[in-house]
Ligand binder design. Structure first.
Ligand code: SAM
Length: 233
């Protein structure tokens, strides 16, 4: 995945660092090889390696298409433990989610909020890895909300508008519906689950509580399950 700062002249990219190492050591690329490339928040295309040495790789670029459509999904996720957060961020980017809100909830361990992974550069790095995995270029928007009540009562209230709003809750009576058209807002709880007040606060904003079956899933599995099940086509 290329970024504006990698572009060096008309239709050329000069890359170094982690991606150069990846080219040389993981892919074993050589001059003359052709790679699939994307430009962050831009098109997809091909890059012909014109020069490759220990200092940099120079690619000649040909843009040929747009990335896959974004999923019209906003995911509201109780902040997971840092070890899980990295994987969730990568999946969210690889699956094309439009917006991820990391929110506090009663059962979120408060120490998670001081994780270095929440620094903007670290969040971005995980998302870029996910985009590379998904051969996509659209960076999801990430919001951090460290107070549940004002987020749900004020912001979420204003945002929801039309579209389906679901909160995954193992004790819910209703099963998760099948694929939905239109904008989806999905809420997923922390390892210990949402407390009753939080479920009620979400329901007051038009969320329907749904279960995902009798098995209790890890947060990252619940994210993949919901996106796979509810995304149209
Ligand atoms: N003991 C917790 C509870 O009862 O909520 C389990 C929490 S689970 C590890 C983490 C989150 O994933 C839950 O808050 C929920 O949003 C989602 N989840 C996992 N399995 C689920 C299921 N079978 N039905 C609905 N939601 C589920």
């Amino acid at each position: 995945l290329l970024q504006e700062e990698d572009l060096c002249g008309a239709d050329r990219a000069c890359i170094g660092g982690r991606r150069l190492q990846h080219l040389r050591q993981v892919l074993g690329s050589q001059t003359g090889d052709c790679l699939r490339v994307g430009l962050l928040n831009g098109p997809l295309g091909e890059g012909l390696i014109e020069q490759l040495d220990a200092r940099q790789a120079v690619l000649s670029l040909r843009w040929s298409g747009q990335p896959p459509d974004e999923l019209p999904v906003r995911l509201v996720l109780a902040l997971p433990r840092p070890k899980v957060l990295g994987r969730v961020l990568q999946s969210v980017a690889a699956l094309g989610v439009k917006q991820l809100v990391l929110v506090n909830s009663w059962r979120v361990d408060k120490s998670y909020w001081s994780s270095p992974l929440l620094q903007p550069a670290a969040l971005r790095q995980q998302l870029l890895l996910g985009l590379e995995q998904g051969v996509d270029t659209r960076l999801p928007q990430i919001l951090l909300r460290s107070r549940f009540k004002p987020f749900v009562e004020d912001e979420l209230h204003d945002w929801c508008g039309a579209g389906t709003r679901l909160v995954a809750h193992p004790a819910a009576a209703a099963p998760c519906p099948a694929a939905q058209n239109g904008f989806l807002t999905l809420a997923i709880g922390p390892e210990g689950g949402f407390i009753p007040y939080e479920i009620e606060a979400l329901q007051a904003q038009g969320f329907t509580a749904v279960h995902l079956g009798r098995r209790i899933l890890r947060v990252e599995t619940a994210v993949a399950f919901l996106l796979g099940r509810l995304s149209p086509g």
